[in-house]
Design a protein around this ligand. Structure first.
Ligand SMILES: NC(=O)c1ccc[n+]([C@@H]2O[C@H](COP(=O)([O-])OP(=O)(O)OC[C@H]3O[C@@H](n4cnc5c(N)ncnc54)[C@H](O)[C@@H]3O)[C@@H](O)[C@H]2O)c1
Ligand SMILES: [Zn+2]
Length: 1312
């Protein structure tokens, strides 16, 4: 296949290295480089070494160009070539030896010149051949991956791998030339491109802040250019980014060339190139080959940046920038990254192993580890790697932390600026963008929400953002915002806001300001979010906007994102009414947009006292800071007048720190008798938690000095805190955890009890925080109990009495809740033997640098900890369920009782509701139990009951668990273990909206309807991980639907439990067929489905042909789930679930592996009979599917759309071996689809069928040829022949016939 366009027009640039300008960079260089090589590095023999991928794509053009150039030479040189298999395994001594022998046999000599055409593998290996062949021959690097262009081809390091490690045998051997031809990138797969980006980001991160800024700004351009591939050839059109790409590559090359030239053999400076590599290599040693080098380096960069932050060298925001840029380019930022876990099948990364690998790093000096430490983006601590103590590295790599008592003494005074408040950050970003004057924002919080806000503003051309170094006091990064005064321009790309409620609400209003983009003819903007955001309400705001002149439409469901907002429809201003009792975000959104309405606006909040007034006050106060005076009406309550004047930003704006976060350092002072100042939160703060110092700490005996904008707390001598008796923390609920740990050591002469009330909402936060505090305080020996809306804590008499929950007792469990982790780490600073905090990373939600502050500023010794690792057993053969008891879980109201009952009926088992079981056992109702024993008492009993039935009733029962069972970590563990041991846990679910409707009429249970979404959000992932099957329980309004549902349920259960005989039946038939459904929405086919499937044994759902989700190229998971539900409502025919990629003749994007995998795993969870698994999917994906499947049959399929494979050729033979003789044979059916160009292709297929498809121990074989000529093969195939039906909109493949046509033809040719 000819791929590269060898045009010699683009500019060529040369870069000097080691005193010679041997690096040549350009676009379409092949001719030029060959001419230069032939004239300037003359030889009689040129040896081209490449890999087979590149040979297929580029070799022929290379040879053609060579012959063209030498055709008039009198004694032309010859070009010999050899292609090795692609991949790291070719960097071996075996390959090296093979090539050397091949060179000898081709009479190569000392004057031969080797050309290494390929990525780093070829460059390293062939370079090493050149370095040693006859004591060294000349060679030329022609890198073809982004990574090799900017990194491996430059510097002269060559190497191969040995069993002791990577790159351990090699030589420094400089190439004569390095030709960097960017045109090769046109064929580079996306993942390889991103892999190379990691090295480019690395170079910018330690060397060049301007380049880093540019990379940040241009993420979208780069990625969209790279994702925009010709669907047929997979080639990218790089023209839109050619210039940028050139600059980017040249920039990186120059740094590497400079550093190498200054330090060819790695003394100091060259080590800087290893930023991210010391730790990255340690991960690579574990994750390779599934995870690529650049991907491991990305994780390494994050860890090494965190290390620099821990050592007090690097700011929070610089670390955030590194993390954000890496994830923006699609690189992993942690070893727990979802993709990494998938690729490596959850391979563990024990800290000891990582440290051991790091110990053999070539740059270490003796036993001391050396790591490149950043002090800012583009700056390093030393001009070389620095020595870092093991204990620091261990902490940064460890999941848990041991906090030891502080070394600060009572006279110590610290000043701490916690990260900015999220609410203020988001408002500040928006107001700065809407201003016509530039401003510098500092102390911004970097979080998903704020990233979405910034990206959206940038996409609407609303402002220019530049990160700059803080001018005066700190190394803190400051964001320079050049606002455009509300002149936003419509963008054709939908604006994605994730699950950010604030951004969605604020932007829905602000986006009404956009003007059409005349150059690109864009007249509206689309705001969209993730699936959860698409369920969250926005209706009242949209209504208010539309009533005031805007034109906002819903694209999917009414009342939620996505929205289509017309450009150029300005708000008119005047009177706007909004219900006061709904979200304050709507009010803030309207307030902030109103200054740009045509007329002044009067916003009246009607219908009672507004909720969250403090947020409204915050918005108004901030608008004042940005030059717009909002006036409260003196006549009407809750009514505001907003002038139509433009915003004017102050030249600098410091975002107030988050007041909830500030409670931790202040509480530290209170506990330890030291002083702490928060410099930017004072009495004028609008954050509720800002009252903590005055209302909580002062009554406990602290000295509190607060002025308008700062707060200083000095604690009493250790042990001197007084208990509070009773405090209502309703105005600052999030701070109750901080107060609780103080109460734990507060005491009085009479009764040392502190009762904290008004915090009922804390039961439905990240976890049931009240229950969690009681449990975890107990581990310190502190008694606490639950109050109806709070907690009562009995303080110990002396801190000496605190028990230290450390390694020996498994420490403090943090429930993935940042506040629990931070609160209990405080107790560790006074408890005699400290405290072990598990999963310390959960603090990152609000304060990523908390541990660094605790260590660096608050003087505590921290140690990294990792509990001895228990590797999850991945491969367990599933046995049939044979009457084993099973569990159903799901939200209350999702249909567990009814569906669970039917399941029991279908499987002839007994149904038991565990809530009822529990009530009977304890002879009390659940409300009574909760009243007397509180929630945690109930949860304990619930857990007990679960354990009990699991051991007591292993067979014959269907148990329905309570909706909250997954809240208890131990219960989740039990369920997961149950699944791991072949058990069945079915998650039953229905639309959350339906559940809400259902629950709002059920008054017999404690109500949590108001927080239903929060509850579902919290539990969704738990339900998912604790179940291995999923059943969607639709609303069955009539008896007929019910009967249908039950009939289908039975056949689904048969697949789930392994008693299904569907497959055996099909393979025993003389002829079987499946009908391929090719509808975008199967609904239309359902009325006729019985007719259409007549004669078919199965129904194939072509998932790739289903309606894609809006702005996506494939259908959403929810949609597919629904479509399966629909089919099952009408028929119980076995379903074949197929996701066919573009290359395989379908519509599914070729490389969207994550989505494809998610869909296929969904099929397994739904108990689908057959899953089609293309052999061309990456092996990690196949492994995932294989290990998750139970009784779903897998069809190993392969398609040759090119029509070039012969049935008697090597390709099909190889594929057949792959499907049937792999390390683990997983296929139940082999399905091969070729293409017939002539009749003989059908005959060859029949021979193949005879050879492979028959005989006792062979797999059932389905083989057909596409195309008109191939139709005969459809008649000759007997097993599951794909068929179409006249009622189908399109045939699934060219040449497809109907059952009737096949049977008629078979009769005609005497086949039946
Ligand atoms: N010598 C050094 O200084 C140095 C520095 C960094 C990395 N390395 C080494 O580099 C190697 C990794 O290099 P890599 O990332 O380039 O991997 P690679 O050479 O394995 O190439 C990656 C994949 O992309 C394919 N490919 C390459 N160019 C292509 C193109 N233009 N179009 C389509 N497909 C193409 C290859 O066939 C291969 O499958 C590692 O062995 C690493 O140790 C060396
Ligand atoms: Zn590297």
């Amino acid at each position: 296949m000819r791929m590269t366009q060898f045009v010699d027009r683009a500019p060529i640039e040369r870069v000097e290295i080691l005193g010679k300008d041997t690096i040549v960079v350009g676009y379409g260089l092949v001719r030029t480089l060959l001419e230069e090589i032939i004239t300037q590095i003359p030889s009689s023999t040129y040896i081209l070494v490449t890999d087979t991928n590149l040979a297929r794509l580029h070799l022929q053009s290379f040879i053609d160009a060579f012959e063209e150039i030498v055709k008039n030479v009198v004694t032309p040189p010859r070009l010999i070539h050899h292609a090795v298999p692609p991949g790291e395994s070719s960097k071996s001594s075996k390959t090296k030896e093979y090539i050397e022998n091949w060179m000898f046999s081709n009479r190569c000599t000392r004057d031969s010149v080797l050309l290494a055409l390929g990525g780093g593998v070829i460059g390293d290996m062939a370079g090493f051949v050149a370095a040693t062949f006859m004591r060294g021959i000349k060679y030329v690097q022609i890198p073809t991956t982004l990574l090799s262009m900017v990194d491996s081809s430059i510097g002269g390091k060559t190497a191969i791998d040995v069993s002791y490690g990577k790159n351990l045998i090699g030589a420094f051997w400089q190439p004569q030339r390095i030709f960097v031809d960017l045109a090769f990138l046109e064929t580079l797969p996306e993942r390889e491109f991103i892999n190379g980006m990691a090295e480019i980001i690395k170079t910018a991160a330690f060397w060049d802040e301007t380049e880093f800024n540019r990379l940040e700004t241009n993420v979208d351009e780069f990625l969209s250019a790279f994702r925009n591939r010709d669907p047929r050839t997979g080639i990218v059109n790089l023209s839109s980014i050619q210039t940028m790409l050139h600059k980017l590559v040249i920039g990186s090359i120059k740094v590497k060339a400079f550093v190498v030239s200054a330090d060819e053999r790695e003394g100091g400076l060259r080590n800087l190139l290893n930023f991210g590599h010391s730790v990255g290599h340690a991960y690579e040693a574990i994750f390779a080959p599934q995870v690529l080098h650049g991907e491991c380096v990305a994780i390494g960069m994050v860890k090494e940046a965190e290390l620099a932050r821990y050592l007090g060298l690097l700011s929070d925001s610089a670390v955030a920038r590194i993390i954000n840029i890496l994830s923006a380019y699609g690189l992993p930022i942690s070893p727990q990254d979802k993709k990494i876990m998938q690729l490596t099948n959850n391979r563990p990364t024990p800290v000891n192993k990582l440290l051991a690998t790091m110990a053999v790093d070539k740059k270490n000096s003796g036993a001391q580890k050396k790591i490149v430490l950043l002090t800012a983006i583009g700056k390093t601590f030393e001009q070389k790697a620095s020595v870092v103590g093991d204990e620091n590295i261990r902490l940064v790599l460890s999941p848990d932390a041991i906090v030891r008592p502080t070394s600060l003494t009572s006279s110590s005074h610290v000043q701490i600026t916690p990260p900015g408040s999220k609410s203020i950050t988001n408002r500040a970003l928006l107001l700065a963008a809407l201003s016509s004057t530039p401003t510098r924002l500092s102390n911004l919080l970097r979080s998903d929400d704020t990233e979405h806000m910034m990206n959206a503003i940038a996409q609407l051309s609303g402002a220019d953002f530049t990160w700059v170094r803080g001018s005066d006091r700190t190394e803190e990064d400051v964001l320079e915002v050049k606002g455009r005064g509300g002149n936003l321009i419509a963008s054709s790309v939908p604006i994605y806001l994730g699950n950010s409620g604030t951004s969605s609400r604020f932007l829905a209003a602000v986006t009404t300001l956009v003007k059409p983009c005349t150059t690109n003819n864009v007249h509206h903007v689309i705001l969209t979010g993730n699936d959860r955001m698409k369920e969250r309400p926005i209706g009242p705001l949209v209504e208010a906007l539309n009533n005031n002149g805007a034109d906002v439409e819903y694209i999917e469901s009414n009342g939620s994102l996505p929205l289509r907002i017309a450009a150029g429809k300005h708000l008119k201003g005047g009177r706007v009414e909004l219900a006061a009792t709904i979200s304050s975000q709507y009010v803030s959104a309207l307030l902030m947009t109103a200054p740009y309405a045509e007329k002044p606006t009067t916003l009246a909040l009607v219908g009672g006292r507004p909720i969250s007034q403090s947020y409204i006050d915050m918005t108004i106060a901030m608008m004042v800071s940005f030059g717009v005076q909002v006036v409260r009406s003196s006549l009407e309550p809750h009514t505001y007048h907003i002038p139509n004047t433009p915003y004017k930003a102050p030249s600098e704006y410091v975002v107030e720190s988050d007041a909830s976060s500030a409670t931790y350092p202040l509480a530290f002072a209170a506990l330890t008798g030291t002083s702490c100042t928060i410099p930017n939160i004072g009495s004028t703060s609008l954050q509720g938690d800002a009252k903590f110092a005055i209302d909580v700490l002062r009554p406990m005996g602290c000295l509190v000095v607060q002025n308008e904008c700062s707060t200083t707390v000095t604690g009493p001598p250790i042990g001197g805190l007084k208990s509070l008796k009773m405090i209502d923390m309703e105005p600052m609920t999030d701070a109750f955890l901080t107060a609780s740990v103080l109460a734990a050591v507060a005491h009085d002469d009479d009764k040392s009890i502190t009762q904290i009330v008004g915090i009922a909402n804390q039961r439905v936060k990240e976890c049931d925080r009240i229950a969690a505090m009681i449990t975890e305080l107990g581990k310190f020996g502190v008694h606490a109990s639950e109050l109806p809306d709070g907690i009562a804590i009995t303080g110990v008499d002396s801190v000496e009495d605190l028990i230290s929950p450390n390694e020996s007792t498994q420490g403090i469990y943090t429930y993935d809740d940042h506040r629990i982790a931070m609160s209990f780490s405080l107790l560790g600073t006074v408890a005699r033997d400290g405290v072990l905090i598990k999963d310390r990373k959960c603090v990152e939600k609000t304060w990523p640098g908390w541990w660094d502050v605790l260590h660096g500023k608050l003087g505590t010794d921290l140690a990294g900890y990792e509990s001895p690792f228990a590797k999850p057993s991945s491969k367990l053969a599933f046995r049939k369920n044979n009457g084993h008891s099973l569990f159903v879980i799901g939200m209350r109201g999702a249909g567990k009782t009814s569906v669970g009952g039917w399941i029991a009926e279908a499987l002839k088992m007994e149904f038991t509701d565990l809530d009822v079981y529990l009530e009977t056992k304890h002879n009390r109702t659940i409300p009574e139990i909760i009243r007397d024993d509180h929630w945690d008492g109930f949860r304990k009993l619930e857990l007990e009951v679960l354990q009990e039935v699991m051991t007591k009733y292993p067979v014959g029962h269907v148990f329905a668990c309570g909706g909250g069972i997954v809240e208890t970590p131990e219960a989740r563990e039990l369920l997961k273990q149950f699944i791991a041991k072949s058990g069945i846990v079915i998650h039953i679910h229905r639309d959350v909206k339906l559940i809400m409707e259902y629950l709002s009429v059920d008054k017999t249970r404690p109500s949590y309807v108001d927080d239903m979404y929060a509850v579902w959000q919290r539990r969704e992932a738990w339900f998912d991980e604790c179940s291995n099957f999923f059943i969607y329980s639709s609303n069955l309004s009539n008896e007929k639907d019910k009967i249908h549902f039950k009939r289908t349920l039975l056949s689904v259960l048969n697949t789930m439990t392994g008693v299904s005989t569907v497959h055996d039946k099909i393979i025993s038939k003389a002829r079987s067929y499946f009908l391929a459904l090719t509808f975008p929405d199967v609904q239309v086919a359902m009325p006729e489905i019985e007719t259409m499937i007549d004669g078919a044994d199965a129904l194939e759902l072509r998932v790739d042909l289903l309606q894609p989700a809006p702005y996506d190229s494939s259908p959403s998971i929810a949609y597919v789930q629904e479509q399966i539900g629909l089919i099952r409502k009408y028929t119980d025919i076995p379903i074949i679930f197929t996701v066919r990629t573009v290359t395989q003749g379908g519509r599914f994007p070729d490389t969207d592996y994550d989505k494809a995998l998610a869909l296929m795993l969904l099929a397994l969870k739904l108990g689908i009979s057959y899953l089609d698994v293309e052999l061309s999917w990456p092996s990690w994906m196949i492994q995932k599917i294989v290990s998750a499947r139970r009784f779903t049959k897998l069809i190993a399929s392969n398609h040759d759309w090119t029509g070039t494979w012969q049935w008697d050729g090597p390709e099909w033979e190889a594929k057949y071996n792959e499907a049937t003789c792999g390390r683990e044979v997983w296929a139940d059916v082999v399905k091969f689809v070729g293409f017939a160009k002539s009749r003989s292709d059908n005959i060859k297929l029949e021979q193949f069928r005879v050879q492979h498809g028959e005989g006792s121990n062979k797999l059932p074989f389905l083989g057909i040829n596409m195309g008109k000529v191939g139709q005969l093969s459809r008649v000759l195939n007997r097993m599951l022949t794909p068929v179409t039906h006249p009622l189908m909109p399109i045939a699934a493949a060219p040449g497809q016939l109907s059952v009737k046509e096949i049977q008629d033809a078979a009769t005609l040719i005497g086949e039946d």
